[in-house]
Ligand binder design. Structure first.
Ligand code: SF4
Length: 318
């Protein structure tokens, strides 16, 4: 059995009573489903810096000195620096992680659109990022991150899990012992997946790999993985998947009858129009390609970038 992938999570999402009001924000999707594949490291920065539970709520305050994290009742309470210091203190714990799920809206853990207030408590904007999440995302720019609330969106969920699996694969097979061969082997498995996510990135990666003889391997790996993770962070679209399916269909030239190819073409078209989920044409294409017995095609992660039992490709949402 494969070992689980290490992923960080805001501790309240695991059902632990660490929130300011003594409650939790358990996510069943995280604790019951994803926990079968991910080994979660739960951290609560506010408890870790000694705020205690229950505690007065804190919030982001947009001030002339930048964004601060202050108490809502006692505005003299300023935990901006302690939260940033804690994030640096846990660098060694975060370093092995291949993903992080943060609690949304939190002045410590929120990643996107956290509310910022002025000193009088009036809302200024929604442009903030939690103080802990801010440092983590800056220190680990390649780390796939997402908010728990956004995992309710089928496409964001699939995208995050795809990135976690790919990043884990990279760290296990290339980063741990970089070589030109390992890098090329890695990308030869992901080529069609990158094509599906973002054609522009696909075109940029080619030249990086063409210059491996003249570039130090560590530099090439750094350039590659930055482009690669940026490519996967583009949500895959129906258009991108259709384009990739059509490319792969091109391998069927001699092994499949005209009727079979036409049937597959119809299913790809139905997928493009949003009438059937991706899994439908994908399953038939895989069936035909099995007859070719081509290891290069069979190893493509595009077929299965994450465990199929999660059903992430059974949705018809776009
Ligand atoms: S959002 Fe973050 S700081 Fe707030 S309770 Fe959850 S883990 Fe703790």
């Amino acid at each position: 059995m494969n070992s689980k992938i290490p992923v960080g999570v805001s501790q309240c999402l695991l059902g632990e009573r660490v929130r300011f009001d003594g409650g939790h924000k358990r996510s069943r999707y995280i604790t019951d489903e994803l926990s079968q594949y991910f080994e979660f490291l739960g951290l609560c920065p506010e408890v870790a810096i000694g705020l205690g539970t229950p505690r007065q709520p804190i919030r982001l305050v947009a001030s002339e000195q930048g964004t601060q994290v202050r108490g809502t009742r006692d505005v003299s309470l300023d935990v901006t620096q302690p939260l940033a210091d804690y994030a640096k203190q846990v660098t060694a714990d975060i370093s092995p992680l291949c993903g992080y799920i943060f609690m949304q809206k939190s002045p410590s853990c929120g990643v996107f659109s956290v509310k910022r207030y002025n000193n009088e408590g009036q809302l200024v904007d929604n442009d903030g990022r939690g103080a802990f999440a801010e440092v983590i995302t800056r220190q680990f720019p390649l780390l796939p991150v997402e908010e728990a609330g956004r995992l309710n969106d089928a496409r964001l969920r699939e995208n995050f899990i795809t990135r976690v699996y790919a990043y884990h694969d990279w760290r296990t097979h290339v980063e741990s012992d970089p070589s030109a061969k390992r890098l090329l082997d890695f990308y030869s498995r992901y080529k069609y997946q990158v094509m599906a996510h973002d054609l522009a990135s696909y075109r940029k990666i080619g030249p990086v790999l063409a210059n491996l003889k003249t570039t130090p391997i560590v530099d090439a790996c750094n350039t590659f993985i930055t482009l690669f993770m940026a490519a996967l962070s583009h949500k895959v679209t129906r258009k991108g998947n259709t384009n990739t399916l059509m490319h792969l269909r091109g391998y069927l030239k001699t092994t499949t009858s005209r009727d079979e190819k036409a049937e597959l073409g119809e299913l790809i078209e139905q997928y493009r129009e949003g009438l059937v989920p991706l899994v439908v044409p994908l399953t038939l294409l895989k069936h035909h390609l099995r007859k070719i017995d081509d290891p290069y095609l069979q190893q493509q992660t595009f077929w299965s970038p994450h465990p199929e039992v999660l059903g992430l490709r059974n949705t018809n949402e776009e």
